[in-house]
Design a protein around this ligand. Structure first.
Ligand code: HEC
Length: 137
């Protein structure tokens, strides 16, 4: 009888601990698969679709806050609605990499951040690909 009580007490503690450990283990596995999934998605965007990557950068790296892609909409920086009609890819790349080298008419230098120091080569190339496509009217 005494042994049975001891056993009952042991199970009383062991079962919740086992459940906790299992939940924790499941959580870890879930986290890892989730992180791997997100990483894989980012890589797919990065490697196979520079235009989607460029669009993501345009929307998340501040560009959209200073440049409008809609016709006639004023902003802090020049409207880029149809810039690809007027300028080459080389010009776009230069404007992003070295903003102060050429200054758009009616605008001042020193406002646009120096993206040559913020973004890497692949990111700048993706932005140029995205912009030259979406602003060609
Ligand atoms: C804080 C505001 C600001 C941000 C953020 C910004 N820009 Fe600019 N941008 C400007 C201003 C002001 C000019 C005009 C002066 C100049 O030519 O440097 C400009 C000029 C440009 C030009 C040349 C336009 C023309 O008509 O010659 C391009 C292209 C450009 N930006 C793209 C970008 C991209 C892409 C990003 C994001 C990676 C970005 N900008 C982020 C303010 C900004």
């Amino acid at each position: 009888m005494e042994n049975k009580t001891k056993l009952a007490i042991r199970y009383f503690f062991a079962v919740p601990i086992l459940i906790l450990i299992s939940v924790f283990a499941l959580f870890i596995v879930f986290e890892f698969t989730l992180v791997a999934d997100i990483r894989e998605k980012l890589q797919t965007v990065d490697e196979h679709n520079p235009i989607a990557f460029g669009e993501m950068l345009f929307e998340t790296r501040g560009c959209i806050g200073c440049h409008s892609l809609e016709e006639g909409k004023e902003s802090i920086g020049p409207n880029l609605f149809d810039i690809a009609n007027r300028e080459s890819q080389e010009y776009l790349k230069n404007s992003i990499q070295y903003p102060d080298q050429t200054i758009a008419d009616g605008f001042r230098e020193g406002i646009m951040p120096d993206y040559g120091k913020i973004l890497d080569k692949d990111q700048i190339d993706a932005l140029v690909k995205y912009l030259s496509g979406v602003t060609q009217k």
